[in-house]
Ligand binder design. Structure first.
Ligand code: FAD
Length: 442
């Protein structure tokens, strides 16, 4: 996704591009063909609603930038209500044919096994990056800067947490500043609530690991339901331990267990539920997590999951122009940068190419405004997210700077108007930013 989009953007701007695609010579456990743009699982690019949905807005922004993936998706669209679903094989065949016939593009079917020393490169090798290249990246960046699995805890919109129940406090009030001492949202549980929660966790429907997904995973982090299976008290002595916390609403009563949510972005609009990585099915997650006091009406920017996924610690390793700080002639794009999903991956390919083209043309582009979907995502992965706990992210409105008069206490009233205002602002800002890349044909 990202590589095809990047090649298209750079080639249209007049650069000569070589796509190095290892398939079909070297395969992955998820791909079936040697085509570019192969969709490995679902055939959906998710919502196409560019007024009310952040991923739909990203569609719009990519279309405005003459994006190949979006154009081709529309050509092969299947009926799917508000979603943009496609006929996957003709879609991938079209992407491949368009790039193969582009005068500025050459496709080379071989595996890249080392980080190149010269030229401008965009590494967009995805969640299933081959072992040899992953090893080369690991050597360059350090072993703990490259992950082979994501372990995503659910992420909640801060404004949907009931602060009449939850309170802000770091365990043992640790931290040098007031901001650090109040870095967590805490949700208390009584014994009865805890027991009911464990019962629900154990009964919830789970997703099975796919072939090739499990190796090495259990060393790292256990899904919350697996911890619960190991003993009813395991969570109370693990991520739900109640020690070092005093309920600001009821200081005299000691909670039996506490669920902690940690700030997930610099804006403070998103919080992740600490230690709650899970293989529960999405519907089950919503039902179980809403049993947590304070989260009864919570809305999720993304639900939890654990997958095979190669990704780098972008907030630490990449600069704002998506360049590897230690080797600026190499950019990263796509899912390997810690975005998640076909659309987000293609979007990061589009952006990386436009940034590379501007650099090749000596144009000093301003940063992409973080009020746009594209800018919100790239700002998140290249600095907005906390590098210490970085996990892959979908595009969502929690990544956008709040509009004036809304934010953590903004409530959910007027959400439709608010999202429309977000998307109007994004479209204006994206159009203005794109105009500055005008030497890049759009
Ligand atoms: C099993 C699975 C299921 C998924 N399901 C979904 C889903 O339903 N919906 C969704 O939105 N997202 C899904 N994803 C995520 C999806 O893979 C990404 O969103 C998207 O394909 C990533 O785009 P990308 O361009 O970063 O990587 P890819 O589309 O994977 O492209 C990377 C390309 O690099 C090639 N490559 C890898 N290493 C090398 C090398 N060393 N040399 C040369 N070429 C190399 C690969 O063959 C591949 O073609 C899934 C991922 C997996 C692993």
């Amino acid at each position: 996704m990202a590589g095809s989009e990047a090649a298209w953007q750079a080639a249209n701007a007049g650069l000569t591009v070589v796509i190095h695609e290892m398939r079909p010579k070297v395969g992955t456990f998820a791909h079936r063909t040697g085509d570019l743009g192969e969709m490995v699982c679902s055939n959906s690019f998710r919502s196409d609603d560019h007024e009310q949905n952040a991923v739909g807005l990203l569609h719009w922004e990519m279309r405005a930038a003459n994006g190949l993936i979006m154009q081709t998706a529309h050509q092969h669209r299947l009926p799917a209500g508000g979603a943009l679903a496609v006929d996957r094989d003709p879609f991938a065949a079209s992407v491949t044919a368009v790039l193969r016939s582009h005068p500025n593009v050459r496709i080379s079917h071989e595996e890249i096994t080392e980080l190149p020393d010269q030229g401008q490169w965009i590494i967009a090798t995805g969640p299933l990056t081959s072992g040899a290249l992953a090893e080369a990246i690991r050597i360059e960046t350090g072993a703990d800067q490259l992950a082979f699995f994501d372990a995503i805890a659910p992420i909640v919109y801060a404004e949907t947490v009931n602060m009449d129940v939850a309170w802000m406090q770091s365990r043992y009030d640790k931290g040098e500043t007031e901001d650090e001492r109040t870095a967590y949202l805490n949700c208390p549980m009584t014994k009865d609530q805890y027991e009911a929660f464990i019962d629900a966790l154990l009964a919830a429907e789970k997703t099975e690991f796919k072939e090739g997904e499990t190796a090495g995973y259990f060393d790292g982090c256990l899904p919350i339901e697996v911890m619960a299976e190991r003993g009813r008290e395991t969570l109370r002595f693990g991520p739900m331990k109640p020690v070092g916390l005093t309920n600001a609403h009821d200081p005299a009563t000691k909670a039996y267990a506490v669920v902690q949510l940690r700030r997930d972005n610099a804006l403070g609009t998103l919080y992740n539920i600490v230690g709650f990585q899970t293989k529960m099915k999405y519907g089950a997650q919503k039902a179980v997590f809403k049993m947590i006091p304070g989260l009864e009406d919570a809305e999720f920017a993304r639900l939890g999951g654990i997958h095979r996924n190669t990704f780098i610690n972008s907030p630490r390793l990449l600069d704002h122009r998506m360049r590897l700080k230690s080797r600026p002639h190499i950019r990263f794009a796509g899912q390997i940068t810690g975005v998640e999903g076909y659309v987000e991956s293609a979007a990061m390919g589009l952006l990386a190419a436009r940034l590379a083209v501007a650099e090749a043309q000596g144009i000093d582009l301003p940063p992409v405004p973080n009020t746009t979907a594209m800018g919100a995502l790239v700002t998140h992965i290249t600095g907005g997210a906390d590098a210490r706990t970085f996990q892959p992210m979908n595009v969502n409105f929690g990544l956008f700077p709040p509009l004036e008069g809304t934010g953590i206490k903004g409530g959910r009233r007027g959400r439709k108007e608010r999202y429309k205002a977000y998307t109007d602002r994004a479209k204006a800002d994206w159009t203005a930013w794109l105009a500055q890349t005008e030497t890049v044909p759009a």
